[in-house]
Design a binder for this molecule. Structure first.
Ligand code: SF4
Length: 113
């Protein structure tokens, strides 16, 4: 039995998931059941981080993936962000890296700079 907190909405239900049967308990709504099952079979996360920027008002630009990606790709993506530098101006939502690590997700800017 695995315990976890559902992060799909602010209610934060405490879930228990049977790792054999994938039965989920403690969820207030069906989205929690789906989240609990996915956390066991293929956990996904939206990745946030920063890249270097030249000519901006700060040395780094906040970025994030535009959708959830497999959690196992997190460190690979963070390494790519660490070595990436862009040039100002950048618009909020602008694609910085397409299809990062083959996940189908893009890295986008979280702000104008
Ligand atoms: S189970 Fe439903 S209500 Fe509870 S935190 Fe998850 S999404 Fe929100």
């Amino acid at each position: 039995m695995k315990e976890m907190i559902c992060i799909v909405c602010p209610r934060g239900c405490h879930l228990t998931v049977d790792e054999q049967t994938l039965e989920v308990n403690g969820n207030f709504c069906p989205r929690g059941a789906e989240y609990g099952k996915n956390e066991i079979t293929s956990p996904m996360r939206t990745i946030t981080g920063s890249v270097g920027i030249k000519g901006g008002i700060h040395p780094r630009l906040a970025v994030r993936t535009d959708r959830a990606v497999p959690k196992e790709k997190m460190f690979e993506i963070m390494d790519i962000l660490h070595s990436c530098t862009v040039f100002s101006p950048v618009k909020r939502g602008q694609v910085i890296i397409q299809n990062v690590c083959g996940t189908g997700a893009n890295i986008i800017s979280s702000r104008d700079m």
